[in-house]
Design a binder for this molecule. Sequence first.
Ligand code: 0L1
Ligand code: MG
Length: 260
Amino acid sequence: MTHTRYSGYARALDTAARTATPIAQLTLTEPGLDRAGALEIQRLLMEERYMRGERRIGLKLGLTSVAKMRQVGVNEVIWGRLTDAMLFHDAAELAFSAYIHPRAEPEIAFILKRSLPADASLSETALAIEAVLPAIEIIDSRYENFVFSEADVIADNCSAAAVVLGNPVAPRDVGNLGMVMRLDGRVAQLGSSAAILGHPLRALLRAARLAADAGEPLQPGDIVLAGAAMAAEPLRPGAYVSVEVQDLGRVGFTVSGETP
Ligand code: 0L1
Ligand code: MG
């Protein structure tokens, strides 16, 4: 019975994302939904996407900084899956109409060259990195008004919508790098990678544990988004968004479409 209900919620979230049409929070009809149930709905939601031919390419951590936790009122680190359909590269054009109320946030991404077990140490985690990249995550809650509880957002694959990657650079210390996000050339957010759990490597370690606990340990080639250092900014058609990370370089994208 629960499984059938959960499948229905997963399909509703999938349809909301595909049609860019928001839905009511699941916890309004399922007030007892807990983290385990929400993770099961996320798993079923991703099954829908894999059945359509999408391929899992890694995962994202969410709410790894105080700025992000404050912005959405949820105080726990959360995680979701990334697929090839979400992946864009520097200078990409993203269609505003593909999303409900998209926001962009500055991130650091890792690409792995080794798998990581649940009990990996911090130094093993550092040695598993093939490359680091400046990145921008586009989040898009499938819930009305971008309002949700912790269970709602986990079920919704942690608002994952797209990721724009910059050029990979060789592994280096990313513990305290200046980060700036610009909208149409103006500074919109300014901070340090230290805001990401004190050090983005800790986010990667956390990702390794969460992925292994879910039975899908991180593999060579996987991409991991460490989470945003600063708050997300709403997008609008015509905007040019860029993120510059000290020592890593810059990444940017344009939002196409007409202002509604
Ligand atoms: O940091 C994140 O990627 C969090 C995503 C979920 C919360 C949100 O939609 O802002
Ligand atoms: Mg994020």
